[in-house]
Design a protein around this ligand. Structure first.
Ligand SMILES: NC(=O)C1=CN([C@@H]2O[C@H](COP(=O)(O)OP(=O)(O)OC[C@H]3O[C@@H](n4cnc5c(N)ncnc54)[C@H](OP(=O)(O)O)[C@@H]3O)[C@@H](O)[C@H]2O)C=CC1
Ligand SMILES: O=C(O)C1=N[C@H](C(=O)O)C[C@H](O)C1
Length: 266
């Protein structure tokens, strides 16, 4: 297989560390450098817990792309940084694979227009786990028949964004097939603000944050005399890596921005 050269942004994070391991374990992946918030000028091998790789650490993505010409950028940082990194990658002809969540629909449309203008492939994947993609697909199918639905997403308490990118994407996929309807009692009230969760197209999304959790989601459907629960659990971050690998390979074949791996795993 042809070698794919890669830069990872966010290498010290939970996901970034797994992604660094993935590049080490995948024969045709070559990690050229990383982008971190600190450690400018150091080598990756000097950081605790990192593999013995003599590659540079940059804190400035522009400098990184001036000195390095990778095929792909993997971004696992924060929405603010992810936006900047994605745009910089496209400007430099580098194909971005963005796992970072928290992008708005406006961000996605703007970034898609930019990718199309430059005729370059890009992927924003709110969830790389195959089971989570299936959960979203199954939920979209179920919503055709059971339009009353609530989404419950549960994550570790270090998570910055709420609702999760996965919950947001699930609601969007359901909204594509479900006639918009306001759920619950027409006269329901919230005696404590937020008690009914966030609302998207009449659906409710509830976000739980607890130590001990990794990434979990239930999509609950209700109909007369019955309920249906579709649940996915990521019990560790290795669950996301086959999807990261697939995305790095797939992004090379695209000439637009794809939002969601359900468009890649048909
Ligand atoms: N798509 C998917 O399947 C998954 C997506 N995610 C998403 O990935 C993102 C990261 O998650 P996670 O690894 O758990 O988070 P962590 O907080 O563990 O890691 C984020 C890392 O990004 C670094 N960082 C922030 N800004 C920059 C920047 N400008 N340049 C370089 N590095 C930067 C942080 O550095 P510092 O600590 O110094 O700020 C930190 O090391 C989140 O948005 C999360 O929602 C998570 C799991 C799965
Ligand atoms: O922050 C996380 O951990 C995760 N973030 C993604 C999201 O927001 O959906 C994917 C997964 O749920 C883990």
């Amino acid at each position: 297989m042809k070698e794919i050269t890669i830069i990872i942004a966010g290498p010290r994070g939970n996901m970034g560390m797994e992604a660094v391991k993935l590049t080490e374990q995948t024969e045709h992946f070559k990690l050229l450098a990383v982008v971190d918030t600190k450690n400018e000028g150091k080598r990756l091998s000097e950081l605790d817990g990192m593999p013995n790789l003599d590659i540079p650490i940059y804190t400035d993505i522009e400098k990184c792309f001036t000195e390095q010409q990778p095929d792909v950028l993997i971004d696992l940082t924060s929405p603010e940084s992810g936006r900047v990194h994605l745009e910089a990658a496209i400007d430099h002809g580098v194909r971005p694979v963005i796992g970072t969540t928290g992008f708005s629909q406006e961000d996605i449309e703007r970034l898609r227009a930019k990718a199309e203008d430059k005729e370059i492939g890009a992927i924003i994947a709110p969830n790389f786990a195959i089971g989570a993609i299936l959960m979203m697909k199954f939920a979209q199918t179920a919503a055709r028949y059971m339009p009353d639905v609530e989404i419950l997403e549960m994550h570790h308490d270090k998570k910055l964004d709420a609702p999760s990118g996965t919950a947001h994407k699930t609601a969007q996929l359901i909204a594509e097939v479900r006639e918009a309807k306001k759920q619950g009692h027409p006269q329901e009230t919230e005696d404590l603000p937020g008690a009914r969760g966030a609302e998207l197209d009449g659906m409710r999304i509830h976000s739980i944050r607890l130590p001990g959790l990794v990434a979990h989601q239930e999509v609950l459907f209700g109909g007369p005399g019955q309920t249906l629960t579709i649940r996915h659990d990521s019990i560790n971050r290795a669950s996301f890596m086959p999807g990261v690998r697939l995305s790095v390979e797939a992004v090379l074949t695209l000439n637009t921005l794809v939002y969601g791996l359900e468009h890649i795993i048909e």
